[in-house]
Design a protein around this ligand. Structure first.
Ligand SMILES: NC(=O)c1ccc[n+]([C@@H]2O[C@H](COP(=O)([O-])OP(=O)(O)OC[C@H]3O[C@@H](n4cnc5c(N)ncnc54)[C@H](OP(=O)(O)O)[C@@H]3O)[C@@H](O)[C@H]2O)c1
Length: 229
């Protein structure tokens, strides 16, 4: 398979690249600043035929267009919209609205931009699958603790975008799902998180591999459990 993964210089994105390359997939990995993506470049140097690195800022239209042009007409089997920003603890009265808009731009509009730009590539692919990294914090039904306006709103919007994609792309048999990776030990999740990137990604790839057309539009935990909207 040829797989595009966004936000791969650290965290879950880097681990996705590591495991995809290890199992023999070809990865088009993106990072905002490839020059400083030391670990990612280390992976590329060990598997130069399986891994290409591209510059991509998902919050920027021109950057997304440039990335799509760099791919040319190449078929993409699987797109993993992983890039995201965390913004937690913002209460109603101390909100920074610019921060809310930035978070929304990266987490909700970013995957929409990237997916739209890569549709021609996905249409040429065999697997025809889009997986968006969401969060349980974007679940309206599960929100019993409030706050975190920017992050929660951005992921709820992403969930809605994925559902619309599932409907719109069903005639072309392109699958779109949102996946909560668990609470993962990354810069975003922090050291107290309960899951390692290795465990989260191993489960996530198993889940993605097993997805069928009837799963499109669903909200999954990486362990395969369905989550409430
Ligand atoms: N960790 C968790 O517990 C957890 C839980 C639920 C959901 N998630 C979701 O899982 C995904 C990955 O999270 P993570 O824990 O790996 O986070 P992370 O360690 O903070 O890494 C985030 C990645 O996204 C990239 N990124 C941020 N803004 C970007 C932009 N504008 N354009 C392109 N890339 C951008 C970062 O690149 P830079 O280094 O250039 O900033 C980095 O590669 C996110 O969507 C997150 O919301 C994580």
């Amino acid at each position: 398979m040829r797989v595009v993964v966004t936000g791969t210089n650290r965290g879950i994105g880097l681990e996705l690249v590591r495991q995809l390359v290890q199992r023999g997939d070809t990865v088009e990995a993106t990072a905002r600043n490839p020059g400083s993506a030391t670990e990612l470049k280390g992976l590329r140097d060990r598997a130069p035929d399986c891994l290409r690195i591209h510059a991509l800022d998902v919050s920027d239209d021109r950057s997304v267009e440039a990335f799509a042009s760099a791919l040319g007409g190449e078929a993409i089997d699987l797109l993993i919209n992983n890039a995201g920003v965390g913004s937690f603890g913002d209460g109603l009265e101390d909100l920074d609205t610019q921060q809310v808009l930035h978070t929304f731009n990266v987490n909700a509009v970013g995957p929409l931009r990237v997916t739209r730009a890569l549709l021609p590539n996905l249409r040429r692919g065999q697997r025809r699958c889009i997986a968006h990294l969401t969060s349980r914090m974007g679940s309206i039904a599960d929100n019993g603790s409030g706050g975190s306006y920017a992050y929660r709103m951005s992921k709820a919007a992403l969930n809605m975008a994925s559902r619309s994609m599932a409907v719109d792309l069903a005639p072309e048999r392109i699958i779109s799902v949102v996946i909560h990776p668990g609470w993962v030990q990354t810069d975003m999740g922090g050291p107290g998180a309960t899951t390692t990137p290795e465990e989260s990604v191993r489960a996530m790839l198993r889940l993605i591999d097993g997805l069928r057309q009837e799963d499109s539009g669903k909200f999954f935990h990486t362990n395969g459990q369905l989550l409430p909207w």
